[in-house]
Ligand binder design. Structure first.
Ligand code: ADP
Length: 245
């Protein structure tokens, strides 16, 4: 059995054809061990979003394979891929994407309802408790701060016990204090629950909460930093942006 929650092998994603084609990802191979927190960084246009979308089964690589818990996503039909995304993957985005007319607990229960499952109230309360919102279950998004809304979004992502949680700039819309609270929560999920997290960010402070920072340049893995602090990450990013090779 592999200890990797997810693996990318020689993933290439090309957009367009012929002379006009763009290679957004070029032969990327990466393994994300279960229970680890990885940040993906790189200059604008380096392929971060494409990597996230291919890894999460939202986009299909032109070639190469993506394996989650032994399942090769690139071989799945659309129907099976949709089911896998729903049942085995969680997402948090920069925009919280909560439904404004639903309460926190209804928003959190939504992925289960969409999957045709009846949400157990105790489970909904449990995940809201995990993100520190046990007392806000009946509140609507407009009655909550940005940080609280992102925590509801996090609880919604965790309700299905996803094998991998993907974050796309999850703290991009939050002030620095609130960002730190959300990042501490993410870190705790890795440390206490063994959650696997992959997060795209351009914020060195956010990336410093991860175990590892994967650096992308021109669609290729340029290197990685293990257990680095925000200052070291920022210095490396400055260097990358100044001279990408
Ligand atoms: P990042 O997230 O690091 O900014 P992206 O993954 O969005 O990078 O983009 C990587 C490269 O692929 C860029 O050159 C971008 O212009 C190109 N690209 C991304 N999406 C598309 C698309 N749908 N069609 C054509 N080119 C795209």
């Amino acid at each position: 059995m592999s200890n990797d929650a997810i693996r990318l092998h020689a993933v290439t994603r090309r957009y367009g054809a012929g002379g006009m084609s763009v290679t957004a990802l070029d032969q990327v191979s990466l393994a994300f061990p279960t229970g680890t927190f990885t940040a993906v960084m790189g200059p604008s246009g380096s392929g971060k979003s494409t990597l996230l979308q291919c890894a999460a089964g939202l986009d299909r690589p032109t070639s190469g394979t993506v394996t989650i818990g032994g399942t090769d996503l690139t071989k799945l039909s659309e129907t099976k891929l949709t089911r896998l995304r729903r049942e085995r993957i969680g997402f948090v985005f920069q925009a919280f994407n909560l439904l404004p007319s639903l309460t926190a607990e209804q928003n959190v229960a939504l992925p289960l309802r969409l999957a045709g499952r009846r949400p157990a109230k105790a489970r909904v309360r449990e995940v809201l408790g995990q993100v520190g919102l046990g007392d806000r279950a009946r509140h609507r998004p407009t009655e909550m701060s940005g940080g609280q809304q992102q925590r509801v979004a996090l609880a919604r992502a965790l309700i299905t016990h996803p094998e991998v949680l993907f974050g796309d700039e999850p703290t991009g819309a939050l002030d620095s204090q609130t960002s730190r609270e959300v990042l501490t929560l993410l870190r705790g999920m890795v440390d206490r629950e063994g959650q696997t997290i992959i997060m795209v960010t351009h914020d060195p402070v956010a990336a410093s909460y991860a175990d590892r920072v994967v650096l992308l340049v021109d669609g290729r893995v340029n290197g990685e930093l293990i257990g680095a602090g925000a200052e070291d990450i920022a210095a490396r990013m400055t260097k990358l942006e100044a001279s990408p090779c």
